[in-house]
Design a protein around this ligand. Structure first.
Ligand SMILES: [Zn+2]
Length: 296
């Protein structure tokens, strides 16, 4: 199985959906506590599904989706940001990759000033960390200076007030510089078309106001549900994270999404699975299973 933690490479996997060309880019890997990542599920069960290190951590990708359509470049998710954004203790906990989304974009010849729009499923550090960059004066500014950043208004409000169970996941250096630069595009709690071929849909559970991103063109469709299901090992309905604010709601929304995808045969993008980002859902005898889609 190819890895989603591929680093900056010249030929990352691409998917074509009608008029959309979607390139899966590595926004930086990290390691998180396996127990926290699987909530109420006992280790003897979850540890059969994932790699576990001596510190009980599991590897995660932060896949970002560069979508090109009608001459525009839209970046969905921004990954962890550079390891330099984190203190020594955090770098020890998380063992970040020595690269971030800007390096992965550079590897395919795309400069950060070329990005027209950024869409974030939510604002936790491993999704929004690549959205701001050191400005050389001790502060931060938007990494993608020409882009508007599309975020749910409720998610923004929860982020700036620190409404989370994981302390420090909403980091001021990932938030305030976007507000100061006037690049935020805060949207309401309803499905919305962001540009032709890309819509967002509220997908609460992991956070109260997380949004899923739906890519649709030429009769083909893919959905990125953010951390509703961070890895394929979270396909079990009760395999929620201890970080989830609303675990029951996450479970209900996961079931509904897997049912919808299994019925239609659409693609499921799973952003933090360390092995694969593109999957299909199927249902048999009330259970869902996921199969990777070959994107090579
Ligand atoms: Zn999250």
């Amino acid at each position: 199985m190819p890895s989603a933690r591929i680093g900056p490479v010249r030929t990352p996997p691409k998917i074509h959906l009608g008029d959309l060309t979607i390139t899966a880019l590595d926004g930086g890997g990290l390691w998180l506590d396996g127990g926290a990542m699987f909530g109420i599920i006992p280790k003897p069960l979850w540890s059969k599904l994932v790699q576990v290190d001596a510190f009980n951590r599991i590897p995660l990708a932060t896949t970002c989706f560069l979508t090109e359509t009608a001459g525009k470049k839209i970046l969905v998710e921004t990954g962890t940001g550079p390891a330099a954004k984190y203190d020594d203790k955090e770098q020890g906990f998380f063992s970040f990759s020595p690269y971030w989304i800007v390096n992965s974009l550079e590897a395919i010849g795309v400069g950060r000033e070329e990005i027209d729009l950024v869409i974030l499923t939510h604002l936790h550090f491993d999704h929004a960390g690549g959205g701001t960059i050191a400005d050389g004066r001790g502060g931060y500014g938007p990494t993608f200076p020409r882009a508007k950043y599309v975020v749910q208004r409720g998610e923004w409000e929860d982020a700036v007030t620190g409404h989370a169970v994981m302390s420090g996941t909403y980091r001021p250096q990932n938030l305030a510089p976007l507000e100061v630069a006037g690049v935020l595009s805060l949207i309401g709690n309803a499905p919305a078309e962001i540009c032709p071929g890309i819509t967002v849909r509220p997908m609460p559970g992991h956070t109260r106001h997380q949004q899923a991103v739906i890519f649709e063109s030429g009769g083909k469709r893919a959905i990125l549900p953010g951390d509703l299901m961070p890895t394929a090992a979270h396909a079990g309905l009760r395999y929620n994270m201890a970080y989830d604010l609303l675990p029951f709601e996450n479970m209900v929304n996961k079931k509904a999404l897997l049912e919808e995808l299994a019925g239609k045969g659409d693609l499921l993008f799973i952003g933090q699975d360390p092995a694969e980002f593109c999957w299909r859902s199927s249902q048999a005898q009330g259970r869902f299973s996921l199969a990777p889609v070959n994107t090579a």
